[in-house]
Design a protein around this ligand. Structure first.
Ligand SMILES: CC(C)(COP(=O)(O)OP(=O)(O)OC[C@H]1O[C@@H](n2cnc3c(N)ncnc32)[C@H](O)[C@@H]1OP(=O)(O)O)[C@@H](O)C(=O)NCCC(=O)NCCS
Length: 192
């Protein structure tokens, strides 16, 4: 779903299936927004809103320096009716400092994990974000969650494997990062 005109040349499709890399169409209706969920010690999950775009963009630069999404791409994502984005932030309602974020695309019986990232690794935030996304995927009718991950992202691969995902495909040379080709692994989890 990444925005650049040529996603492969820009190495822009770090996280999602092919279909998910199309630029988001304008939103027809607002996304469903469940209430904040207490998730961890001093932090909580809440649905992302357009006000979060700038902070997510900063986090993108920290977490994905080679392929950060910009505020326009993120705004189109968050406002799209088939996307569900979540924020992890400090405070009981998740209104404090942003600690992480994630988002999915709903596509019939499949959902694609578009992005996930945490600023405080190893504290269970990623697991909570992913669980929220899976819950939203199920609620939206998805029976499977798909994602793409760079082959060299060993931490994310371990994280997904621990969450029950398995590799189902490899896309050779899918990413080009500073001229270097890196394979994408497609991973999947049954949500039924
Ligand atoms: C991948 C990422 C989202 C994981 O989030 P996290 O908050 O650190 O993960 P959690 O603390 O919820 O860990 C959940 C489980 O994943 C596994 N896991 C997480 N990090 C791991 C590591 N470095 N090695 C092995 N297993 C790991 C563990 O099983 C862990 O459970 P445990 O703590 O009970 O052992 C986070 O590291 C991140 O933001 N990375 C940078 C951005 C990125 O690469 N995103 C993915 C793009 S495809």
């Amino acid at each position: 779903m990444r925005g650049p005109a040529d996603p492969v040349d820009e190495g822009s499709a770090r996280r999602t299936a092919e279909s998910a890399r199309r630029p988001a169409e304008p939103a027809a209706e607002p996304a469903v927004a469940p209430a904040a969920v207490h998730a961890g010690d001093g932090w909580a999950l809440r649905p992302a809103s357009i006000e979060d775009v700038e902070e997510i963009a900063f986090a993108e630069l920290e977490l994905f320096p080679d392929e950060a999404w910009n505020v326009f791409q993120l705004a189109a994502e968050i406002e799209h009716p088939d996307r569900r984005y979540v924020i992890a932030a400090t405070g009981p309602q998740g209104k404090g400092e942003m600690l992480g974020y994630a988002g999915i695309m709903l596509a019939g019986d499949i959902a694609d994990l578009h992005t996930i990232g945490t600023r405080r690794e190893g504290a269970g935030i990623g697991r909570a974000l992913l669980g929220w996304c899976e819950g939203q995927a199920r609620a939206g009718g998805a029976e499977r969650m798909l994602l793409e991950v760079r082959e060299d992202n060993t931490r994310a691969r371990a994280f997904y494997t621990a969450a029950g995902y398995r590799e189902i495909d490899r896309r050779r040379g899918y990413y080009r990062i500073r001229g270097r080709r890196i394979d994408a692994l497609v991973m999947e989890r049954d949500l039924t």
